[in-house]
Ligand binder design. Structure first.
Ligand code: SF4
Length: 358
């Protein structure tokens, strides 16, 4: 029964693109078939990315107070989510934050701001930050994520040294208007196209868990393939209290893993990044997911905290992978667990007056 996933991997490796039926078969695999799905996707991952994991680091340049109404977003208009809200970081602060990510092992810095899209002055501001960052760290890859772009802005960012531009499609065209009304799906496609046409590497992905159907997950992934997205962040909805999707909890760890495997099967040679919601939704399956995806964010997200950055690096090492570009031994899979991992001494349950851990 599970041989068909291996056959699918064979076909994709031989150059036959996956079909919608193939993608849905992966998404609908039974629990018994799940390891076969992971094994098939892992063959594609190894072929194109070997044993490396790309580590990305987010710097939220401007947080909250957005006039747009994306239902999933804690920074949206009217959001009651108790998040950090601040206007543009000063260039020195932005560079300091980016440098922390680089020290942690990141090779790409994602410079993000809330808002519908940048003014020309905002583009100049970010261009200045990128120039200064690249002067100090010439090898860093910079991705900007500033919202919808106007004519000429992508070219300006490219000229300033920006390497990539992120603008997620987020969901299927057929589902888009249920999750945002202040801009259209076509607006999103237009910005990804502008970035690509200007020579920026297009980074565009999705958010799962927005009430979409199986077919709509597939629709979004094939749209990303057709759009030529080089890197595909797969986010899993973090349903912040105070947003319209508060309390929405449609995902299981197994479904998240299957969605990542679908992305790998549909876009075998593209960077598949496990993005926001990794810890919350994949939970104990994060390690298996790394055998399918080849990229993660280190540490924290835009408005929520991720697990400790050291735990992210351990996740990579423990699963036999190395950090892409690491040259300091930080990603040596043979490195023992951190010395701080002295076992916590039991002080509860038997022999104590405190309740047992059960
Ligand atoms: S996703 Fe971006 S555009 Fe939409 S509300 Fe959040 S910050 Fe604003």
């Amino acid at each position: 029964m599970t041989r068909r996933f291996d056959d699918l991997a064979d076909a994709v490796l031989a150059g036959t693109p996956a079909t919608t039926d193939d993608a849905l078969d992966v998404l609908r695999a039974t629990d018994e078939e799940l390891l076969a799905v992971v094994a098939a996707a892992a063959r594609l991952r190894r072929k194109h990315f070997g044993n490396t994991v790309k580590v990305n680091y987010l710097v939220n340049l401007k947080s909250g107070l957005c006039p747009e109404d994306c239902h999933y977003c804690s920074q949206r208009l009217g959001s009651q989510a108790d998040i950090l809200k601040y206007t543009w970081l000063k260039p020195d602060e932005a560079i300091e934050q980016a440098a922390a990510g680089l020290r942690g092992g990141a090779s790409r810095i994602c410079m993000v701001s809330s808002g519908r899209g940048p003014t020309d002055r905002d583009v100049d501001r970010v261009a200045g930050m990128v120039g200064a960052l690249k002067q100090e760290h010439p090898d860093v890859e910079v991705c900007a994520c500033l919202g919808l772009l106007k004519d000429g802005q992508a070219e300006r960012l490219r000229a300033a040294g920006v390497d990539a531009y992120n603008h997620n499609l987020n969901t299927a065209e057929s589902h888009h208007d249920k999750i945002v009304t202040s801009h259209t799906y076509a607006d999103r496609v237009d910005t990804v196209t502008k970035a690509k046409d200007a020579g920026l590497s297009p980074c565009s992905g999705l958010i799962a868990g927005l009430g979409e159907s199986d077919e709509q997950v597939a629709e979004a992934l094939f749209a990303l393939r057709d759009l030529g997205s080089d890197s595909i962040p797969v986010n899993f909805l973090m349903p912040f209290d105070g947003t319209p999707l508060e309390g929405t909890w449609d995902l299981t760890p197994g479904r998240c893993l299957r969605i990542l495997a679908m992305a790998r099967i549909v876009c075998p040679d593209k960077e598949i990044r496990i993005a926001g919601g990794r810890e919350m939704h994949l939970r104990s399956l994060q390690g298996l997911a790394l055998h399918v995806a080849n990229s993660i964010f280190l540490g924290d997200y835009l408005t929520s905290e991720g697990q400790a950055a050291e735990a992210d690096l351990e996740l990579i090492r423990d699963n036999g992978f190395v950090v892409l570009g690491a040259d300091d031994g930080a990603a040596d899979p043979g490195r023992p667990a951190a010395a701080t991992h002295d076992p916590a001494k039991r002080r509860r349950g038997a022999g104590t007056d405190l309740p047992a851990n059960a």
